[in-house]
Design a protein. Structure first.
Length: 520
């Protein structure tokens, strides 16, 4: 009897310990049940099907709050992970899904074959530090990515790949362009591991791997992240054109339900972090860090800033699509402009128009205004410029410029290149521009410096006067006939001097610029 009692007590203790041991898991399970959707589709008049993936920026679609708001209209929502982009787009065409969550670049490249069966009805988020190019010992600037022998690591067909491709397009990294396929890894853990093991000289990662790389890998540093490269990785909700035509109210109510839920969580940061932890399966601290790398786009921003409902034009959204399309063409992912040459067909503003003033959507009052760009660049002293100009991100132009002998007038060919360079500036709102001009050696070094300074100012004048770049944003330097390119063996004096008439236009990161709202 005594032995049986002892065994019973031991079993009871083991049971209690097991119960305590699994308490955290049970609490997490309970939290997930409270925060994430688990509705019975049978109860609803209509179930809206959303296809996406497990990107944290899409968590609102799986939130209990959005489900409850839609339930008021007797609508259900089913969010399904469909990782293949082409399949996601095909779902819009076949009617298997009503909404696809996807980045703009992925929709442009994967939707062409299907004739773009959906239209963008609202912006979800913008990567804001969540994705980054992280360099090792051999990579300090984007220019280093183009050096021979440089190895990279990234997840193929992902936002990481597109961040690299945007840099390839903007900074003309032709060597890197030819090697993108060799950089691809199967998943983020492999991309990180290859970089950590020294099998890659740089990696394009997303959080939390960006922070882990900087913390764990000696010499690793962020070369460019999406707080610096803006308007590149944009997630959007693409609605099936069939649903938009046949059931416009369904898309309108989904849009309203989405922003009601988003604004609810933006106003309640602790609940938002708990939702992110439940969605990602990470700890609250890690989830909070991941949320910090995403800039969710509110209803007000969608309506006024991106869809231009007050101004009556869709300039920012349509121009953003056009710029991303240009990147895709530059790197060979797309070969031609859309049918008719217009980008307005990618957008449908009706749902946003219908709910822009909806009283059910609470105003956002606690959301930090991170990522706003004011377009304001205060003037810098020479000392301040000296502190900034060493933080080079990459080079837009580095080539001989054809000037007449002793002249500073710009050729039409070079003006075209300056206009092309200025069109990329909206992606880099926290960067300033440094212009350095050289001349071929003359008989008087002082005259050389004066002429090179005049040529640098001529380039600055064109950027300010024609391209509307803020003059405070630009430093123009004449380097005279110093730091000239080496003369090749057998190269004639005239050919060498022609190469010495060099202009370099590069971007430098000013961490204090635009700390407050995109303007060139």
């Amino acid at each position: 009897m005594k032995k049986a009692l002892t065994i019973f007590c031991l079993l009871l203790i083991v049971g209690l310990l097991a119960w305590k041991w699994t308490e955290t898991g049970r609490k997490n399970k309970k939290r997930e049940e409270l925060l994430l959707q688990s509705s019975d589709a049978v109860d609803f008049d209509r179930v809206i099907t959303v296809w996406g993936d497990d990107w944290l920026g899409y968590l609102i679609f799986k939130s209990r709050a959005m489900q409850e708001y839609l339930k008021e209209k007797n609508l259900g929502i089913r969010y399904e992970n469909v990782f293949d982009f082409k399949e996601r787009v095909a779902g819009l065409d076949s009617g298997k899904c009503d909404i696809a969550t996807i980045t703009i670049d992925s929709y442009l490249t994967n939707g062409q074959e299907a004739g773009y069966p959906g239209a963008i009805v609202f912006l979800i988020d913008e990567s804001f530090g969540g994705d980054a190019i992280v360099g090792g010992a051999k990579v300090s600037t984007l220019d280093d990515l183009d050096k021979k022998g440089i190895r990279g690591s990234l997840v193929g067909s992902s936002p990481s790949e597109f961040l690299l491709k945007s840099s390839i397009s903007h900074f003309k990294l032709e060597n890197a362009k030819s090697k993108v396929a060799s950089f691809r890894a199967e998943n983020s853990a492999e991309a990180f591991s290859r970089f950590k093991q020294g099998e890659a000289d740089f990696a394009v990662l997303w959080q939390p791997f960006v922070s882990q790389a900087v913390d764990q890998i000696p010499g690793a540093k962020v070369v460019l992240d999406t707080t610096q490269a803006r308007g590149v990785i944009l997630d959007v909700a693409v609605a099936s054109r069939k649903t938009l035509v046949k059931e416009p109210e369904v898309i309108k109510e989904l849009t309203k339900g989405y922003f009601r839920a988003l604004h609810y969580y933006l106003n309640r940061p602790a609940e938002f972090e708990a939702l992110a932890a439940a969605y990602s399966g990470e700890s609250s601290d890690v989830a909070a860090g991941m949320l910090a790398g995403i800039r969710f786009i509110t209803l007000k921003e969608n309506a006024e800033e991106w869809f231009g409902l007050q101004s009556g034009v869709l300039s920012k959204l349509v121009e953003g699509i056009e710029r991303i399309h240009k990147i895709c063409r530059d790197v060979g992912d797309l070969s031609s402009l859309p049918s008719g040459g217009s980008f307005y067909g990618f957008v449908n503003s009706d749902p946003i128009k219908a709910i822009a003033s909806a009283k059910e959507v609470e105003p956002v009052h606690r959301y930090a205004a991170k990522g706003y760009v004011s377009g304001y660049f205060p003037p810098l002293s020479l000392e301040q410029w000296n502190g900034v100009k060493g933080r080079i991100t990459g080079t837009f132009i580095d080539e001989p410029v054809i000037f007449g002998s002793g002249q500073a007038a710009l050729s039409e060919e070079f003006r075209d290149k300056l206009r092309a360079a200025s069109s990329k500036l909206p992606h880099y709102p926290n960067h300033r521009i440094v212009i350095q001009a050289n001349v071929s050696p003359g008989t008087d070094p002082e005259v050389d410096f004066a002429l090179s300074a005049e040529r640098a100012l001529s380039i600055k004048g064109y950027l300010v006067g024609v391209c509307s770049v803020n003059e405070n944003r630009i430093l123009a330097e004449g380097l005279g006939s110093t730091n000239l390119p080496q003369q090749y063996p057998g190269e004639g004096s005239r050919a060498w001097k022609r190469r010495c008439r060099l202009a370099k236009v590069f971007l430098v990161h000013d961490v204090k610029a635009n700390s407050s709202g995109v303007s060139p």
